[in-house]
Ligand binder design. Structure first.
Ligand SMILES: Cc1ncc(COP(=O)(O)O)c(C=O)c1O
Length: 358
């Protein structure tokens, strides 16, 4: 039994969904969870029908971006019911982001309970096709109405859910990535390691210009020396050079600690691969490309799980990776993680939160 009140919708939005053309983030399920922070504490929350929320023109978040979010997915399990992938990690990361933006932390167990109730209630919104899922978006924003750069005294946490298409309807498709030499996303000491809305605003112009040139995303270099690799727009990045799996370390503090990244690294270590979390410069990548040791490049993230990079463009140079095909390492991570998510592979690591539907 949920610890909070649930008000069910009187009119479902289920019929409005075009299941043959879901795309990402355009349809929303019937219900949302809301909790408010006032007088120094969060209330117990409630589930209500999905609807617009009031916004005061002076609401501080509109002006000063005191806003954070998370993204995770629920999958229709082959065993019936639903699976959520590592929600405890998202709950923890939400609170890490909260601390950096002076937002009060939210009870992680309550957040997970709320996500479970939403998935149960809107189970019919989880697509039936393998590769598709119900995206879960928790977010917190300051609700104070004032002008002035200071933390809000009131907040709202909300969770909405959205049925989403498979990232790759025709199987894993390598993407073209532009290494940004003009713009930076984050610097040490900034918000790079948080899922802060402001980071995504900072990435829009570079992303827009990259799209215009035919690239799907931008690979960011570190904001200070512009030498070391940070991450991609909404993914962490990994390189297979020789027999070593290399990914930028989190130590510099400008990279989002991805949950897919963490899972891939754990699997790689379990499988006995040589794994390095370290600084890797773009020069090292170019060098390994030239001497033929660069075997695979792929992104890791909730949206696509694994996204093979077929082409990296840096300073006028096109580096075509693995003949623009998915490599064996990327494929193995993809098969294993999606197998766990859809319940086809037994979960021996406690990564899956199972939701039984009666
Ligand atoms: C900037 C950024 N880096 C990396 C990731 C990958 O993180 P995760 O694997 O937790 O989805 C994301 C997506 O959430 C992201 O937005």
């Amino acid at each position: 039994m949920a610890t909070f009140e649930i008000t069910k919708t009187k009119k479902s939005r289920l019929n409005e969904i075009n299941w043959n053309d879901l795309k990402f983030g355009i349809y929303f399920s019937d219900h949302m969870f809301i909790s408010d922070y006032r007088n120094g504490k969060w209330d117990g929350g409630r589930i209500v029908p999905y609807s617009a929320m009031d916004v005061d023109p002076a609401m501080c978040t509109l002006h000063y971006a005191q806003s954070i979010f998370e993204g995770l997915k629920a999958f229709r399990s082959v065993k019936g019911g639903a699976n959520i992938f590592r929600p405890d990690m998202n709950a923890k990361r939400l609170n890490n982001s909260a601390r950096m933006l002076c937002i009060p932390e939210f009870d992680e167990n309550l957040l997970i309970e709320a996500m479970v109730e939403l998935v149960k209630l809107d189970y019919d919104f989880i697509p039936k096709v393998r590769g598709q899922s119900l995206y879960i978006r928790p977010f917190i924003y300051g609700t104070g109405s004032f002008l002035g750069v200071t933390a809000s005294e009131t907040y709202r946490l909300a969770i909405i859910t959205s049925p989403v298409a498979s990232y790759y309807p025709e199987g894993l498709k390598p993407v073209k990535i532009l290494v940004s030499t003009e713009y930076v996303r984050a610097v040490k000491g900034g918000l790079g390691m948080c899922k802060a809305a402001a980071n995504y605003a900072a990435s829009l112009k570079a992303g827009f210009e990259a799209h215009k040139k035919g690239f799907s995303q931008v690979l960011w270099l570190d904001g200070i020396s512009r030498k070391y690799i940070d991450e991609v727009g909404a993914m962490n990045i990994m390189f297979v050079i020789g027999d070593e799996l290399i990914t930028p370390s989190l130590e510099r503090g400008a990279i989002l600690p991805g949950i897919t990244r963490m899972s891939v690294l754990q699997l790689a270590r379990e499988w006995g691969m040589k794994v390095s979390e370290r600084e890797i410069s773009i020069d090292e990548v170019v060098e390994s490309y030239k001497n033929g040791t660069l075997k695979e490049v792929f992104g890791t993230g909730t949206a696509a799980v694994i996204s093979p990079v077929g082409l990296l463009h840096y300073k006028g140079m096109d580096m075509v990776i693995n003949n623009n095909e998915i490599g064996p390492v990327a494929q193995k991570f993809y098969d294993t993680i999606t197998g766990l998510q859809y319940g086809e592979i037994e979960d021996t690591r406690n990564w899956i939160l199972r939701i039984e539907i009666s």
